[in-house]
Design a binder for this molecule. Sequence first.
Ligand code: MSP
Length: 535
Amino acid sequence: MSDNLQKPFYVTTPIYYVNAAPHLGTAYCTILCDVQARFRRAKGEDVKFLTGLDEHGEKVQLAAEDHGMTPQEWCDSLAPAFHDIWETLEISNDDFIRTTEPRQVAAVQHLWNRMKDAGYIYKDSYDGWYCVHEETYYTETQVNKSDEEHHVEGQHLCPECQRPLQRVEEESWFFKLSAFQDRLLKLYDEHPDFVMPGFRMNEVRSFVESGLRDISVSRTSFDWGIPVPFDDGHVTYVWFDALLNYATAVGFGNPDMANEYARRWPAQYHVVGKDIIRFHCVIWPAMLMAIGEPLPEHVFAHGFLMVKNDQTGQGEKMSKSRGNAIAPADVIDLLGVEGYRYYFMTDCVPGEDGAISFSRMEQVYNADLANSWGNLVSRSLNMSAKYFDGKTPELPEGWADRDNPLRKIAQGIEERYASRMAVFDYVGAKDVVMELVHAANHYIEDSAPWTVAKDPARAGELEQIITNLLESIRICAHLFAPFMPQTSAEVLRRMSLEAEADTTDLSATCAWGGLVGGMPVTKGNALFPRLGGKK
Ligand code: MSP
């Protein structure tokens, strides 16, 4: 394990626009990363998990004006909502970056100087379309194409969000994105897993193959941005600023953090929504290539959460205007935080769009958590307490070597689970754990401990049965911990095994035979009280 102990693992969420309150989509992405970070910590890796806020740009400036605040006051008033929800959702980020922090300002200005030295920026004038909501430029062709579909008399609409576009004509610095076409295609060829899941690569590749245009990366028509260090009146285009956050947080351009940067950069995973992969898979690697810095290993693109329409059975985009938006608080009310995390992580395939509904949430919660996992824990601990004087049994000699259906499934379980977890296949990882949970519930029925307990001559057999059950529960608790950290800690505590909750050697911890016996048992309340009735 010793080499593993040192292995750095750096995972990031997108930095969220500060002026939209945290919602199911942003929470989804953040929990995806949290589960990965917790899993890697349990594997002994040296994890850095970053999230944060994207605070510059015209959208923020306009919203602040509408609210009679300065942009900074506006951002400061909104940032606590993100801290609060991440705390509630048990997000274990190691750092939280805001693009208005001095470290980001310094890093972005360092980037400008490096870009200039490398010869990949030039000044020109920009004349085209801009969507403030998307903070994205659109070409004449993109706009005209979309106009055919969404034509509104006298107005050009954003191809993405269909809001009216602005005509922008201003002096601007340009980044020579067009110079990177071949290098990007080579990157995709040599690292087919740069974009994950694989099917998303096609979109990225064909975008690059269709030809890249240089992009405008500074603005002069407003001032809420990081000043370009060598050109007064120019502020940095919000995406040019935002993408750099990932490098800033590990010390890019900061001489005091040179060791940290060398150790932590590049990131292993940028987890992002499918709508922002071009920024992450085209512009961001090109920026890094331009200044000769290493590229992130993977960009993992998750799908969108859609609300399932119970009438049509189809997934619909969530929106306030449709009246189908679900707030994180509504889900927490129904499932609790741990149920919330479990549902989104194990019922929505991370790469694909997920169709969510309250009825499905309830179904998954009842089937997996109340009836299977929760029930297994409570039945087993109750029996242990009842038959062994409030304790777990003293372990029978040689118990771990004895064949039984649970031991068979548990052997190699951590490897099977870890191979799924490591590639964000959380549904697959959950299936591996649930196989043992289901087998243990069947084992209770098949071995009927209540009958065995009546016959004093079968005392050894009873010890073995309960020990097998508790050992399975111990292992499942560890494997479920990245999804439901508090429940797992509670299960271990009820078996007086809290000392092993913070393992950094998951594989060894999950080996069959690790149980400590003769420990006090706490029966406790139901971990997942069954939900009744539809919401
Ligand atoms: N600020 C930029 C990101 C800069 S990263 C250098 C941004 N912010 S955002 O707040 O608009 O969006 C953040 C993330 O939320 C995106 O990854 C987006 O895909 C995700 N989601 C927004 N709605 C979503 C769903 N309905 N479902 C899942 N995720 C979705 O873009």
